[in-house]
Each structure stands twice: as structure tokens, then as C-alpha cells.
Design a protein around this ligand. Sequence first.
Ligand code: SAH
Ligand code: SF4
Length: 349
Amino acid sequence: MTPPLRDLYGLTREEVFALVVSWGFSPVHAARLWNYLYWELVDRFDAMAEVPPKVRVRLVAETRLGVLPTALATDSNDGFTRKFLLTLPDQRQIETVLMRFTGRVTACVSTQAGCAMGCVFCATGQMGFTRHLTAGEIVAQMVHVARALRRAGESRLRNIVLMGMGEPLHNYDATMRALVIARDSSGLSLGAERITLSTVGVIPGILRLAKENQPLHLAVSLHAATQAERLALVPAAKAWPLDELMDACRTYSESTGRRIFYEWTLIEGKNDSADHAHAVGRLLQGLSAQVNLIPLNPTQGYGGSPGKTEEAKTFQRILGEVYGLPSTVRQRRGIDIAAGCGQLAASVR
Ligand code: SAH
Ligand code: SF4
């Protein structure tokens, strides 16, 4: 049986060099190859004119350039958001979003096809879990966005949020490998300060991030300040209860010295009252924390409403004035093309 072709986007720079050298070629060719992958952002071997034909023949025979073809690209009416439906090698599809908010260009990247966590208000959760993405498939999404920006003559990709489809800490190894590749200073060169990983609250993953001191920002999706209320929205709270989650967050902040972002999807009548604001204020008081309020985005399988802007303002004021907690309200962009938080639901079967 012939071994499967190795996906080049799944290899670190050291591994690309080791591979090319193991074939008996000079590291100079490996350097050129790496350059084509992440500086030139080429999408086919043919375009690697400076990689000698004998090396290219070997590349074609033993590796593949894991470019993910675009099945569909949709622009939001305001022009700030572009959603890509990308096709994986097994024909499953995932979504990746390019966002241009307040002068920053950010790629919102998926880590799984579907998601096993089942949060009731999330379109990805509503579709269930199909499979983990490989590191190469995660990197390929970043390259895809970088290439789209290059073609449009826009600025380089600088910010990554792991907030697309899936739970990154349920696919820990592939996600961390993808970030090593993305941070490589002679590659996509994404700064650790500009990478945010969002988790539903997978406690073992949070503790591992802390232990390994992974260079990224951590966002934890909270949505409720009591175990009972959280369980009604986030089934994963059964396995990872709120009090244990908060202990893990404390451990993370203490050992890394980093502030955690806590995400709170505002759902009218469920978690958006002044009482709720006080409850989250008390829960987070004394922690190094910032709250990101996300007005609920509409999804097919959940009937809730985002509530009114004034409600969000009051919530924010209580957090700030009573508890000294900084917070932001996420801009509602891209929801006309179902590219807002929690709206990603490609056809994955
Ligand atoms: N699985 C990770 C990351 C992907 S979801 C996590 O859950 O954190 C990114 C963020 O969008 C999470 O905070 C999630 O709770 C939120 N979200 C999901 N569905 C949403 C919706 N319909 N409206 C607003 N935010 C939503
Ligand atoms: Fe999965 Fe995050 Fe959606 Fe929950 S909110 S179902 S963890 S993608």
C-alpha cells in the first residue's frame, strides 16, 4: 500500500527542511519551498519556479499542498466580513471567516467539522460532531485568508481567533501544532499576542495550556454564573462544572500571569438582567478578567433573542462600575451572511 501523501501545511519549518534534506537535496531548496508556502502563498506546485524540477517531482510524489478549494465565498452587505465555505480532502466542508473590524484584519478559523459540545444556541453545536481537523487543515484556512487579502491588495493577516466551527481544546494537539506553524517568524509570522483561543471550558485543556505556557490569549465561554443556568445552555458543563472551571481559570491566570477573556452570549430573558450582571461580577471579582458580551446571533435551532442594546449597556455598566471589570460588546457584523459568532454551519456530511 502506498503511504498517504504528507500535507505540507501540517509540517513545521524544521520538518519541511528535514524532509527535503532526507531526499538528499540541499536545505536551500527547502528554504525556497517554505518561502513559496508562506510568503508567496502559492496554491500549486507548478508555481514554484525556483524549486528545481527534480525536487518538485519528489514533492508531487510524496506530499500534497493542502490548499482547501473554495466552494462558496459570501460578502456581508457592509463589506466588512467575507465567509468562505471550504472543501476538505474528504469532501466535507468547513467555514472560515475574514473579518475587518476597527482597522484590524482577523481570520476566524475552524478546528473541527461540527462540534461535540452541543451548546443550544450555536449552529455548529446543533449540527453535531463530524471529525477533528488536522493541523494542516487549520493552517490551510489561515493561508486561504492571507491569500485572499494578498489578491485584494489588502494588508497582511495579523490576527487569528480560534472561534470558528468546533472546540479547539477537544482537538488540542492538532490546534497547537497549527499555531506553532502559524507563528513561525519566517512563515505566516502571526504574533502570539494576536492569537485568541476560545473554549467552552474544557478543564483538562485549560490546565494543559497553563502547564505548557502556550503563547496565546485564552477566552472562556461562560454565559452563566451558576451551574444550573449554565448547564441549560452548555451541556459540556456537566463534565466540567462551573466551580471546577473557575478553579482551572484561576490556576491558568496565576501560572501564566495572563488575563482571561470571558465570553457571555447575551440572550434576552435568560442571562441579560441586572441580577445576572451582578452574579457574573461577583464570580469574576478579583480575577484578571475581561468580559466580552456577544448579543445572540440568530440560528435555526434556537428561538432566543439578543435583547436590546440598552440592556447590554446596563450590563456593561454594572460590571465596570460595581466590580471594576472591563468589558466589550461584540459588534454585530456578518450576521446577514450567517458569519457571526456561533452561526457557522457548513454541510459536513
Ligand atoms: N467552541 C469554542 C469556540 C467557538 S464558538 C467556544 O465555544 O468557545 C465562539 C463563541 O461564540 C463562543 O463564545 C460561543 O459561545 C459563541 N456563540 C455560539 N453561538 C452563538 C450565537 N448563536 N450567538 C452568539 N454567540 C454565539
Ligand atoms: Fe461547540 Fe463552541 Fe458551538 Fe459550543 S459554542 S457547540 S463549544 S462551537
